[in-house]
Design a protein around this ligand. Sequence first.
Ligand SMILES: Cc1cc2nc3c(=O)[nH]c(=O)nc-3n(C[C@H](O)[C@H](O)[C@H](O)COP(=O)(O)O)c2cc1C
Length: 379
Amino acid sequence: MKNTAQPLLEEYQLGDLKLKNRVVMASMTRGRATNTALVPTLLMAEYYAQRASAGLILSEGTWVNPKSIGFINVPGIYTREQIEGWKLVTQAVHDKGGLIFSQMGHIGSASHPDHLNGELPAGPSAINPQTQSYTPDGFKDSLTPRELTIAEIRQTVQDYKQAGQNAKHAGFDGVEIHAQAGMLIPQFLSLSTNQRTDEYGGSIENRARIIFEILDAIIEVWDSTRVAIKFTPVMYTHVGIVTPDEETIPMFQYILKKLNDYNLAFVHIAGPAQDLTGTPVEILQNDYFSHFRHHYRGRLMANLGFTQQTGNAILKEGKADLVSFGQLFIANPDLVERFKYQLPLSEANLDTYYTGEEKGYTDYPRASHGGAITQAGIK
Ligand SMILES: Cc1cc2nc3c(=O)[nH]c(=O)nc-3n(C[C@H](O)[C@H](O)[C@H](O)COP(=O)(O)O)c2cc1C
């Protein structure tokens, strides 16, 4: 139904999936898979189920293989046990009438030997990404990684495919490839971390190759309309040397043009987290999402810093089809209802983002709506 005042609350047909609204919960690592096997837990199932009134949930980034790990207590999707754990999550979300995609990622050179049984991480080139990894002993600086061999790149692509298959077994409704800053894919895209001289380095086409190889592999398992990809073309401040360069704009033009042929569920783009003045992508500063809209004909999901007001506005203007919200979902499990009834929003406590505990995770109450605050929620 049309909702001219609040397009965020309109139903949305995403391929053969009917979304209850256009409010998407963005992926958020919350560090609650507090077991050595990195298996999703019942607590996680409860957390996601609490947020099932979103039109679609994107799971936290999950590892496609043991070499992709870069942050403590983040679940994987490469073992049978992990698949079983994810089944608890997808079942709980489905029981509440929600939909959930698995976000599948690999952290590449930004990992740390502490996650890899003492082995060096590997990336496109042997170049330190100059970032940090959250290890069991706290944040540690990244090191100079090994360069991935071609055979390892091919194996990684297959691992994405297997992870996609696993996500299907686990009952997810689709998958989102995690190509946000800090991860392996942007390390291939970036001139500073990719200095390969083979078919994965050099030209824009070569540096972007891995994206299409991963997509081609995954759509052997999933219908393309259930496959999405998330990029943060300019949000790079906290991720070391992978920053926008003079080829970022032509790179994304190339990627989006090619993605036009894929009939994906959506392309998810995060906006700038800072002023772009003086950067090689300054031209994107104004009317950011229109630049991407111009090159991509499929569904576009907009992210970063959106509010109820700006989310409704971008949909009204037709510059995006869906809007995702990250941090607002942390303290507002019933964000959609709060938008609907114009209820005040709660503030999240930054100190409990990654603590591994229930506190600051599943204990944010639903809003008061014509009565007392209730965990049971708004009927
Ligand atoms: C605690 C936290 C964890 C995050 N983890 C992920 C992640 O696993 N994958 C991802 O693509 N983005 C991750 N993000 C980024 C969010 O998906 C989103 O892009 C970002 O928070 C901006 O949206 P917002 O302004 O609505 O919060 C994370 C953000 C936060 C706050």
